[in-house]
Design a binder for this molecule. Sequence first.
Ligand code: TPP
Ligand code: MG
Length: 309
Amino acid sequence: MLRVRMTEETLATRYTEQEMRTPTHFGTGQEAVAVGVCSALDAGDMVYTHHRSHNHFIARGGSVYELAAELYGRIDGCSLGRGGSVHLTDRDKGFMVSSAILAETVATAVGTALAYAMDGEAKVAVCFFGEGTLDEGAFYEAINFASIRKLPVVFACENNLYATESPLSVRQAPGSDLCDRLRAFKVTSERVDGNDVAAVYDAAVRAVQQARSGGGPVFLECMTYRWREHVGPMFDHDAKRSYRDKAEFDAWVARDPVRRSATRLIEQGVATAAEVEVWAAETKAEIEATVERARQAPWPAVDTLFENA
Ligand SMILES: Cc1ncc(C[n+]2csc(CCOP(=O)(O)OP(=O)(O)O)c2C)c(N)n1
Ligand SMILES: [Mg+2]
């Protein structure tokens, strides 16, 4: 979780220098969902995700160097500098792709799960997405098909209460419940504290076990909150945006998943406060050096511009 947090914080800081020319959706505050779910997977499983993609890439074992190089448009990037933040890939690590088109990767994850089922492979496809994806028609086609075929797929929803600057309250009928929508399709559904990495991990282990053993898909609604603006490195209140209440923001920051995780380790005697501080400092230094190294990597050669099109 520290690696995920420090990577995102370092990239957000460097983003303001205007050298990364890719639209970027930062996932600060949502780390526990990525880490909890990815920790429950096997190496052979396959992850798909949406535009807020960095947490999942790093939690799946993706390289910080290749992520940073991708954001800088360099040849060493995971997509050879052509994709930017919303087109990450590392198939060998079990991370197929991120995509900014809402619900697109839900449908492709279901297709991957269908392939696993047809080939008799005991693998699971996982798709991360925001609650805004439940506003898309394609989502319901995909989950219905997965349910009918009992496909090995886990739908990991990061419900951070907002899609761009629209709260859930203006996008769904009063009293509407996302898990209930999935239950209408007979998909097993569970709401979980998405800022508690242990709770997410436990729920993900159950979900993956069900999917892998032929019990059908599972929907996890992970309640969480994004700290930064929808797209870009700023904080909404610094940017004078008022669509989110400052008190609401502060309440979620008080439930910082990384700090909660550290506190638990210290309380359980797994680590001392001093050790946690050393980990944080060492991780930060390592990542800052890695991001700077990526910034200095070469550009793709101009005559390769149309390769891999
Ligand atoms: C099909 C489609 N419609 C609209 C958009 C524009 N869009 C980009 S991000 C976004 C909001 C996404 O919200 P959510 O799914 O909750 O994810 P979050 O950004 O909160 O992580 C929208 C509407 C899009 N990318 N794709
Ligand atoms: Mg959202």
